[in-house]
Design a protein around this ligand. Structure first.
Ligand code: ZN
Length: 292
């Protein structure tokens, strides 16, 4: 799990994840993180020279205009122009990943958009497909402006849109509020592309295959996934963790009633038997002491 508070360590861990999961190759990719006014960014040629086994000490720190604070600015990744322009344009963005994900690149090589067809991509990307920016020289200011323009258009259509784009015959850029978000966007987008390719391979010419999305969900629909949901109906009788026969009472009901009322309403079944707890704890302690 990436600990986003340990910035240099997290960049190295994400680098390993990218190469191990075929989200990039040895020819390129770069990762950066913003921490207030500082930018942490990996060295150039981390793939070709180090096979993505990069060290925390190799991460270079600069300000938002690439003025160096720690490390040699001359060693900063060649894609710095796009990273810094994204940070300068989107103050809420704190992490950027550029990588060469195999399945997304299949779409890029055909100048095709990637529609959302997985639960993850529909939640995060919403209704917008991942689109291609016009081809430009890698690492150029022209590429930086095209990527930022693509991101601006995504946000014009949907102010909550995840920032992600494909670059034909090259790779992709994604940007998030933190490094976990950016990594998830890359992972989800590549899986979405993978699913589309596999689906086409297996069913593309089968007239019986229905490739449509039958039910349209909005981002608001998906946001209900985060809402706490009860898994029992009030009144459901069961044995609790202590083996005590109990009647389930919804937390909402508990909030509105005093303890006495709850016990009364539940006919005493839900009151915790303190003697029983004491006896269980005593039994466990005795076993622990005897086991020494
Ligand atoms: Zn690249």
């Amino acid at each position: 799990m990436v600990d986003v508070k340990k910035i240099r360590k997290s960049i190295c861990e994400v680098a390993a994840y990218l190469i191990n999961k075929d989200l990039t190759d040895l020819s390129g990719g770069n990762i950066s993180v913003r921490d207030k006014n500082k930018i942490y960014i990996n060295e150039r040629l981390s793939g070709p020279n180090y096979q993505w086994k990069i060290e925390e000490d190799s991460i270079i720190v600069t300000d938002i205009c690439k003025m160096p604070l720690i490390g040699d600015e001359g060693l900063i990744t060649r894609e710095a122009s796009t990273h810094y322009l994204i940070y300068q344009t989107f103050p809420e963005i704190n992490a950027i990943i550029h990588c060469h994900p195999l399945f997304m690149m299949v779409f890029g090589a055909a100048h095709m958009d990637i529609p959302s067809v997985t639960e993850g991509s529909r939640v995060i990307l919403g209704d917008q497909p991942i689109t291609n920016v016009e081809e430009s020289i890698p690492s150029s200011q022209d590429q930086a402006e095209k990527v930022v323009d693509n991101f601006k258009k995504r946000r014009e259509k949907d102010s909550n849109a995840a920032l992600i784009c494909n670059i034909p015959f090259h790779g992709m850029f994604t940007a998030g509020a933190n490094l976990n978000d950016a990594l998830v966007y890359a992972d989800i987008a590549n899986n979405c592309a993978k699913l589309l390719i596999y689906r086409q391979l297996m069913f593309g010419n089968d007239p019986a295959a229905d490739l449509s999305i039958r039910k349209h969900f909005t981002r608001e629909d998906f946001s209900t996934m985060d809402i706490f949901k009860e898994v029992c109906k009030p009144g459901y009788v069961y044995e609790d963790a202590f083996g005590q026969k109990t009647k389930y009472i919804s937390p909402e009901f508990k909030q509105n009633k005093s303890d006495n009322e709850i016990n009364f309403t539940a006919n005493g079944l839900n009151s915790i038997n303190k003697d029983k707890i004491v006896s269980i704890v005593t039994e466990i302690l005795a076993k622990l002491l005897n086991s020494k």
